[in-house]
Design a protein around this ligand. Structure first.
Ligand SMILES: [Zn+2]
Length: 113
């Protein structure tokens, strides 16, 4: 494994990993606020940085079946949420989620400035 290449968002809007402080995403990238699983607060983001992915897997969520990848912090390997890779059955509007990220509020925090 090579040296880690870490990118940064503007610190006034960045949301960082609660475990190690690495910038993961940013306030302006929030698409919507929702939940993951039963009731874990989460947000959907258009993009993120400094993360690694699992292999693709299929999962049925309340809105349909998707191909997902688990998202982990590249620095500390903390589980952050998932990426929507592709939408299968379900609402045609699910297509818009492809390429976006659903990340747990518990594992990200805004940087206090
Ligand atoms: Zn981390």
């Amino acid at each position: 494994m090579g040296r880690l290449f870490i990118q940064y968002y503007d610190k006034t809007t960045a949301h960082r990993c609660t475990t190690c402080g690495t910038h993961i995403t940013a306030k302006q990238l929030v698409n919507w606020i929702g939940v993951m699983g039963q009731r874990q607060p989460a947000k959907n983001y258009g993009d993120c940085i400094n993360v690694d992915f699992s292999s693709d897997f299929e999962q049925t969520l309340s809105s349909g079946t998707y191909t997902l990848r688990s998202v982990y912090c590249r620095v500390c390997r903390n589980y952050l949420g998932w990426k929507y890779v592709a939408s299968g059955t379900g609402d045609p509007g699910n297509k818009e989620k492809e390429g976006t990220y659903m990340l747990l509020d518990d594992n990200l925090e805004p940087i206090e400035v």
